[in-house]
Design a protein around this ligand. Structure first.
Ligand code: HEC
Ligand code: HEC
Length: 387
């Protein structure tokens, strides 16, 4: 079977193309790529108790950019999740409290103790699809969040950074009173009073629950679902280059889709890969339940969100490819993670090269919303201290 024939059958009829592909492999793959990877849906589902309205999204957006949510009123969600960096920050480890600057220019201010946030900032693009499986099923009320899956749903996740010391809280509030203190601040700002009331009704509209709902509603609009791969899988055979199509076959041949599956290229499960610890951190990050397992990250827009892995230890996609090269030979990379504990789905590689990276590039949709509000109701600097 010639590669060209395989590719065209994958293109026209992914299911059968895939079977053809497998039938000429002797490596015993069990995953069917038609079901294992695919285009994103055209729309994001809301939880039943948080339907989206334009007003709610607009409120969530100004909250997302407003540093009033942080202890020192200088860190916003957008400080770390910024459109210029694919709604991540371009850093290995984020700098929240005590920092200034945006992206690679972000640093600790003079006199501030350098306390890095311990994990790499994930993109928020398509985060409304978190938990989606290969059949396109997902439940936004229980959507998995974080590298160790410790929060479920965007509504629940969004209050956590406010209370996290190194992200937004600092020493101004305690962990238990952080959210309430922020709510008190919001209640003292007339524009927020009005907007919350217009969205959530009269009475005490500025509650933790409503703050979470507004942020979540906005995050569900951060969609990038028209990448070359999406257009290709929706039927436009010319949407991907020949190199990208070859890369897609390599992606499947090498078993990447055993974990990077579904329309988000994540199974939303945790796996032990044994990435080395980051020397900037005082302690080893042992992942979920101290097992060194981390959730499979999405590969959507991955070209925009270097550096990589849970602690940003790998600077570039070629570095990630080299990592898989080495780890699949059974070499021990993290001295705390014996090779016997590495995930059994990590298979020896057939071949990896530039085409695979080309395929990852086909998962980028640059047409996402990059608009930043001109100002925020608190009157503070939009996005935090970004200079
Ligand atoms: C200091 C940088 C920083 C700030 C500020 C910040 N985040 Fe994050 N965000 C992170 C990091 C790091 C993670 C991953 C943490 C982990 O997995 O343990 C994350 C994870 C998330 C996730 C989960 C994504 C996923 O796929 O699992 C969401 C959603 C999110 N942040 C939204 C927000 C919102 C909303 C705010 C503001 C209220 C915010 N973030 C503020 C750095 C930041
Ligand atoms: C056993 C499951 C598994 C397999 C197989 C696998 N990955 Fe991963 N991948 C992960 C997990 C888990 C991470 C995050 C690890 C961490 O942060 O410590 C990851 C991280 C990545 C990242 C970095 C993403 C980011 O935003 O940081 C890329 C790129 C990647 N994988 C590509 C691939 C490719 C290409 C293949 C096939 C050669 C592959 N993966 C095979 C589970 C897997």
């Amino acid at each position: 079977m010639k590669t060209a024939t395989i590719l065209s059958s994958v293109a026209s009829m992914a299911f059968f193309g895939a079977s053809v592909l497998y039938s000429c492999q002797s490596n015993g793959l069990e995953v069917n790529p038609d079901e294992s990877i695919g285009a994103l849906p055209l729309t994001v589902a809301d939880p039943a108790d948080n339907p989206r309205t334009p007003e709610k999204v607009a409120l969530g957006k100004v909250l997302f950019y407003d540093p009033v949510l942080s202890g020192n009123q200088d860190v916003a969600c957008a400080t770390c999740h910024h459109p210029q960096f694919g709604y991540a920050d371009g850093l290995d480890l984020p700098i929240g409290v005590g920092g200034e600057g945006l992206g690679k220019n972000r640093r600790f201010r003079a006199g501030q103790s350098a306390v890095f946030t311990r994990r790499n900032t994930p993109t928020l693009l398509n985060v409304g699809f978190n938990g989606i499986d290969a059949r396109g099923q997902y439940n936004p009320s229980t959507a998995p969040m974080f590298y160790d899956l410790r929060a479920q749903s965007l509504e629940a996740q969004s209050l956590r950074p406010i209370a996290a010391f190194e992200e937004m809280r600092g020493t101004v509030f305690t962990e238990t009173n952080a959210v309430d203190s922020v709510l008190a601040r919001l209640r003292a700002i007339p524009a927020y009073q009005e907007q919350f009331r217009a969205v959530f009704g009269t009475g005490n509209a500025i509650t933790a629950q409503n703050l979470g709902k507004a942020l979540a509603a906005y995050e569900r609009t951060l969609v990038a679902n028209n990448a070359p791969f999406d257009r290709y899988r929706r039927g436009d055979a010319s949407a991907m280059t020949e190199a990208q199509k070859r890369g897609m076959v390599l992606f499947i041949q090498n078993g990447c889709n055993a974990c990077h599956s579904g329309p988000m290229f994540s199974d939303y499960k945790v796996h032990v890969l044994g990435v080395v610890d980051h020397e900037k951190l005082p302690e080893s990050d042992a992942g979920k339940d101290n097992t060194y397992a981390f959730r499979t990250p999405t590969l959507r827009n991955v070209a925009l969100t270097a550096p990589y892995m849970h602690n940003g230890k790998l600077a570039s996609l070629p570095d990630v490819m080299t990592f898989y090269d080495v780890v699949t030979t059974g070499e021990q990379l993290n001295p705390r993670v014996p090779t016997s504990r590495l995930d059994s789905l990590l298979r020896p590689r057939v071949s990896l090269h530039n085409d695979l990276i080309q395929f990852l590039n086909a998962l980028t949709d640059p047409g996402f919303d990059q608009s930043v509000p001109a100002n925020v109701p608190s009157g503070l600097s939009v996005g935090g201290r970004l200079r």
